[in-house]
Design a protein around this ligand. Sequence first.
Ligand code: CA
Length: 228
Amino acid sequence: MAKILIVEDERKIARFVELELKHEGYEVDWAENGIDALDKILTTTPDLVILDVMLPGMSGIDVCRKAREGGYENSIIMLTAKDDIMDKVEGLDNGADDYMTKPFAIEELLARIRVAHGRQQKMVKEPKKVVLEHGMLKVDTAMHEVHYGEDLISLTKKEYDLLVYLLNHLNEAVSRETILEEVWDYDYMGETNVVDVYVRYIRQKLDDKYGVKILNTVRGVGYIIKDE
Ligand code: CA
């Protein structure tokens, strides 16, 4: 069960949101000033924080910034006064994931909580392999950088996509048709030599340059990158 912390000094609003969230099956905690809020965020690590900007003690924006500095990584949704653009901008600049203006419809808040929480769970569940390695070849998919040893290799977008696709399908002979569908994102139209052309470009930049064999041809099928 997801645990949500409501930070709001107006008791009526806090109580109303709390009841709605409990009704949706969330576990709910409440803080009514900035100092308590920061303390609870850092000690109880809620799954999500609904954070009002106008608070006694410490503003919601400061709470947000300090929570991030303190290592809190889960979602924070800010509640700002209507039309206060500065609060929204400052909130996002200081680490909020989303904001809502008051007064708000509870359905919209619930929808945003589902989105923020879903996003978070997805990140936890699907840790993406960020660095793909093959011998001296290293592809950092977060940075979109390709290195061979110490050298930074400059690839075009399609060359990069093709290389990453083959690395993600290590030891699989992938047909030209499949590559076209997956990398070029269109259905096979009979013209597959575009794949060969791009393989040749990559080979010029890697295989030929470093005297290695990374991209292998599978006769009558397509291409493969094999484990070494
Ligand atoms: Ca307030």
